[in-house]
Structure formats: structure tokens, C-alpha cells
Design a protein around this ligand. Structure first.
Ligand SMILES: Cc1cc2nc3c(=O)[nH]c(=O)nc-3n(C[C@H](O)[C@H](O)[C@H](O)COP(=O)(O)OP(=O)(O)OC[C@H]3O[C@@H](n4cnc5c(N)ncnc54)[C@H](O)[C@@H]3O)c2cc1C
Length: 302
């Protein structure tokens, strides 16, 4: 999908947005998979409602891209454009035990910044790549920590009202890799209320989580983290491992031989390869255990 031939490029510029025509999304996703479309980088948050209205009025479907680390994107020319906040360094302000964080901030950078101010609680999230906005959408979590537990307030653009709003944490539901936000809501910033903890203790806990991750995950390969959610009380990685699926592949898409719930792109895997691998593995698990695995990775179809 292209906005480039339409006479809205100038308007976008006036609203503080940058148009990147024909962006290859394989270059913006950690799986290294995805076709091409126009990408609009939004430099001024107050321009967002107007930009979305403009796209809606022009009949241009759109999706919101964070760090691209939990996405499987279709191949070829894509029938929607992508909106993105510019990636930033920093983006965190601290007052007492409250951190106000831009949605585009790097999640790991935010955890270490807070640690330097003796604010902990999120040690388990270290090593989860991507943006704070993406982590909010998924209620990202690891090693017993989920970001939702610390959310006091979220500033967002709500599609249902077409306005910029602030939601209180207690009015948002955070479940296992699921939240009650509207599917098209766009997060701009979040206030996190964090427990005070000595820096040294936080750094020690971060070190332990980093070590666990390095010991169990294929961090030097292209992946989107866990492909499937864990069924209640069980581990998808263990189930796939016990079925002998490590190393199983379709084209260049492969079940990691290090962590069976990580599917990796070993070269030039297409989205079709990855989808075929996901479906085959799901069928194998259903045949063996009568269990329907739910995808954790988000699929953007064409
Ligand atoms: C090596 C590796 C390890 C991982 N380990 C973990 C883990 O331990 N735990 C875990 O939970 N996840 C893990 N992940 C998955 C992923 O990193 C997280 O889900 C991450 O929070 C996604 O953030 P993102 O910015 O990359 O989002 P994206 O992948 O860009 O987007 C994911 C979803 O969030 C939405 N989104 C992004 N930003 C915004 C915004 N500002 N406003 C509204 N919607 C937005 C997108 O529209 C999309 O629906 C891992 C991934 C990798 C590659």
C-alpha cells in the first residue's frame, strides 16, 4: 500500500511526520521477514490524531510498528501502511518512584535507567527486546515479572474516541500476554510505579536473568521470541522438545535446536515458510496431546 502517490505527503510533513516509501519490513523485524510498504514516522505525538484521520479519510489501512520483535509479517507488497514513533535513546523521566517513559523507548534501556535510580521490579524484563509500547501491548513478561504489574497510567490515542487520552492502570486489564486495550489504540507514554531497591541488588538480579536467557535462547539467530503461548501450567518449549521437534524445518524456517518454542530464520525464510512451520508444529501437538497451541507472535497478513 502506498500513500506516496497521493497528495497527502505535504500534509503529513506539516503534521510532523516523515514518509519512507517502499520500506522493506524484513529490515524492521527481528525475524528478518516481511514485505514492503510505505512507513510513516511520527515525530510529533500531537499530530497523531490528525494523521490517523487523514489515512482513514483517504481509505488507507494502517498498522502500528514498535521494535518489530514480536511480529511475523507477510511477504510481498503489503495492503496497509505502517506508522511508527521514532526510536529514541533515553525517553525516561524519574520523579520519586515513578518513571514516565516514552512508548518508543527501548525496554531494556528503560530497565537499566530505572535501576540506576534504585528503582527495580522489572529485572526479569531485561533481555526482552523491543519498545516499551510493544511490551505494554503484549504485557511482556519473563522470569515472574510482567510489565502490567507496574503500570499506573498510560497516555494513548484511542481509536474508539479519536482523541488523546490518559487511562489509569487500575482501569486496564493485564493478563498473560494479553491486555484490554483496543486493538488500534496507540500508546504514547506510560507512568510506571516501581519499588525502591538498592542498585546493587537490581544489577545482581539482572545478571542472573541475562545468564538464564543466554543459557537457553538462540540469541544470535533471527527470531521473534516464543512463537506460542504456554498452556496453563505447562511449557510449550518442553512439549515441542519432547516431540523431537528441535531442528525441524520448512525451508529456512526452523525450530531452534536451543529452545523449541523459538522458531528461527536461518537464512532467507519467507513468511510462508514460517507459517507452514507454525501450522505443522501445531498439528503435531494437537495429534499427540489434543492441545491447541495459541500463537504468541502477532501475524500481519496481506
Ligand atoms: C530474542 C527474543 C526474546 C524475547 N523474549 C521475550 C520474553 O521473555 N517475554 C516476552 O513477553 N516477549 C519476548 N519477546 C517478544 C517481544 O520482544 C516482546 O513482545 C516485545 O515487548 C515486543 O515489543 P516491540 O516494540 O518489538 O513490538 P512489535 O513487535 O513492533 O509489535 C508488537 C505489537 O505491539 C503493538 N505496538 C508496538 N508499539 C506500540 C505502541 N506504541 N502503541 C500501540 N501498539 C504498539 C504492535 O502494533 C503489535 O501489535 C522476545 C523476542 C525476541 C526476539
Amino acid at each position: 500500500m502506498r500513500v506516496s502517490p497521493l497528495p497527502i505527503g505535504d500534509i503529513l510533513r506539516d503534521l510532523g511526520a516523515e514518509l519512507h516509501p517502499d520500506s522493506l519490513l524484513a529490515e524492521s523485524t527481528s525475524l528478518g521477514i516481511g514485505g514492503y510498504t510505505d512507513r510513516i514516522v511520527i515525530r510529533r505525538c500531537d499530530g497523531l490524531p490528525e494523521i490517523i484521520r487523514l489515512l482513514d479519510d483517504s481509505g488507507i489501512p494502517h498498522r502500528f510498528l514498535g521494535g518489530g520483535t514480536n511480529l511475523l509479517v507477510a511477504d510481498g507488497e503489503l495492503p496497509w501502511v505502517v506508522l511508527q514513533l521514532p526510536s529514541i535513546r533515553g525517553g525516561v523521566e524519574i520523579a520519586d518512584n515513578i518513571a514516565t517513559v516514552d512508548a518508543a523507548a527501548d525496554l531494556g534501556g528503560m530497565v537499566t535507567f530505572c535501576a540506576r535510580h534504585n528503582l527495580g521490579g522489572m529485572e526479569g524484563l531485561i533481555g526482552v527486546p523491543g519498545s516499551v509500547g510493544g511490551a505494554l501491548r503484549m504485557n511482556a513478561g519473563a522470569y515472574g515479572t510482567q510489565i502490567g504489574a507496574y503500570v499506573r497510567e498510560v497516555r494513548l490515542f484511542r481509536r474508539s474516541t479519536g482523541a488523546l487520552e490518559t487511562l489509569r492502570g487500575c482501569d486496564i486489564r493485564f493478563d498473560y500476554r494479553h491486555t484490554s486495550f483496543g486493538l488500534d489504540d496507540v500508546f504514547l507514554s506510560v507512568k510506571l510505579e516501581l519499588p525502591l531497591r538498592p542498585y546493587r541488588e537490581i544489577v545482581k538480579a539482572i545478571g542472573i536473568c541475562n545468564q538464564k536467557r543466554r543459557a537457553s535462547q538462540p540469541l544470535n539467530q533471527k527470531s521473534a521470541g516464543c512463537i506460542f503461548k504456554n498452556p496453563p501450567g505447562s511449557s510449550t518449549g518442553r512439549i515441542l522438545d519432547e516431540l523431537g521437534l528441535k531442528g525441524f524445518r520448512v525451508g529456512d524456517a526452523m525450530v531452534s535446536d536451543r529452545h523449541a518454542n523459538f522458531f528461527v530464520n536461518t537464512g532467507h525464510a519467507s513468511c510462508a515458510d514460517m507459517l507452514a512451520l507454525i501450522e505443522t508444529v501445531r498439528d503435531r501437538v494437537f495429534a499427540a496431546h489434543g492441545l491447541e497451541l495459541e500463537r504468541e507472535v502477532i501475524f500481519w497478513e496481506n
